[in-house]
Design a protein around this ligand. Structure first.
Ligand code: SAM
Length: 322
């Protein structure tokens, strides 16, 4: 067994400091591009105790941050119980579509949630319904959810906008204005669409858009997580997340994923290396964590280096449900 210091460091020198935990595969929306955290199949969901145990173990070895995702995590009625069962951490956040956020924002904050990311690709109700297969009226619920999150102090609220060619590429300025109106409480996070479901057809020239942001920025900051840049444009903060063919993104990845049914998942895009911990005794968890860290391989290696994983095969595996 390795020492606690390097238990969570992989052979590429990347130390895991953050967990991304899927709470359910159920969702109340059905977005046209959704990757479902690479975890569509399973129906089983971890209990509060299982989640608390794995986070407790990871925290003992240096994990400081937890992000909950899904499916739609707010469909878990026991989300507040999950939050209350966690150890002391530096940052606990959730990514939600926001439809159910309004009535939960304050109880989630009281239960220990620090921040929230709300997925919002458009401010146009018809486009919203097209993208999410929801109702145009759901957009209003999301906007009210964002206000409630600000009111509850779940700030800064990050607005996750997946950029979609031919759908919302002309809405960046409107989104920046929306963020600006909430002076300092909102951050826009523009995300390059990844090749899931119909995702590929909506991909656009991310580099060109990032250059535009750079050109208009009054200030540029660099985040540790994935080496993402953040731009301040006329008082609005915007980050650009470019996960595709981005060796730097992988080289600076410090997160380990956990599937809704209780498997350690070293990479969003890889499904043949998961480790089930649902039947493990608490004292076995460090060794399972270590094994999953050993299986962490940067999906996009530097060009010229060996490509250990063939992308198409892995994504194909996912579609076959393996
Ligand atoms: N239902 C929650 C939500 O809407 O935030 C959590 C799950 S959702 C899978 C988590 C995040 O992944 C969302 O911000 C969503 O926009 C993003 N996402 C989903 N599919 C994606 C894709 N193909 N490419 C890029 N981002 C994607």
């Amino acid at each position: 067994m390795k020492s606690s210091k390097d238990l969570l460091t992989d052979r590429f020198g990347r130390t895991v400091t953050s967990l991304r935990i899927s709470l359910t595969n159920r969702c109340n929306l059905d977005c046209i591009y959704c990757h479902s955290e690479g975890d569509e199949g399973a129906r089983d969901e971890m209990t509060v105790e299982m989640i608390a145990q794995i986070v407790n173990t990871a925290a003992k070895f240096g994990v400081k941050k937890v992000k909950f995702s899904g499916g739609e995590p707010l469909l878990r009625k026991d989300f507040e119980d999950i939050l209350r069962a966690l150890p002391q951490l530096k940052d606990v956040s959730v990514t939600t579509n926001g439809v159910l956020l309004k009535s939960r924002a304050h109880t989630l904050k009281e239960a220990g949630l620090d921040r929230v990311n709300v997925s919002l690709d458009t401010l146009d109700p018809e486009k919203y319904a097209y993208i999410t297969h929801g109702r145009p009226e759901d957009l209003n619920e999301v906007l009210e959810g964002i206000e409630a999150a600000i009111d509850a102090g779940l700030t800064p609220v990050k607005i996750n906008m997946v950029l979609l060619k031919g759908i919302n590429e002309n809405e960046i300025d409107d989104m920046l204005e929306f963020v600006r109106r909430h002076s300092g409480d909102l951050v826009l996070q523009i995300i390059q669409v990844m090749d899931f479901r119909d995702g590929a057809q909506y991909n656009l020239d991310a580099e060109k858009i990032e250059k535009e942001l750079e050109r208009h920025a009054d200030e540029i900051k660099m985040r540790k997580m994935h080496h993402r840049k953040s731009y301040i444009i006329d008082g609005a903060e915007v980050e650009f997340v470019r996960p595709i063919e981005n060796a730097e993104f992988c080289a600076n990845c410090n997160r380990l994923r956990i599937t809704a049914d209780g498997k350690l998942k070293p990479c969003l895009l890889v499904n043949n290396n998961l480790i089930d911990f649902t039947n493990a005794e608490p004292e076995e968890l460090p060794e399972l964590l270590r094994t999953s860290i050993e299986r962490r391989i940067p999906f996009y290696m530097d060009s010229g280096k060996e490509r250990i994983i063939e992308k198409r095969t892995i994504i194909g595996d996912r579609e076959n449900g393996s």
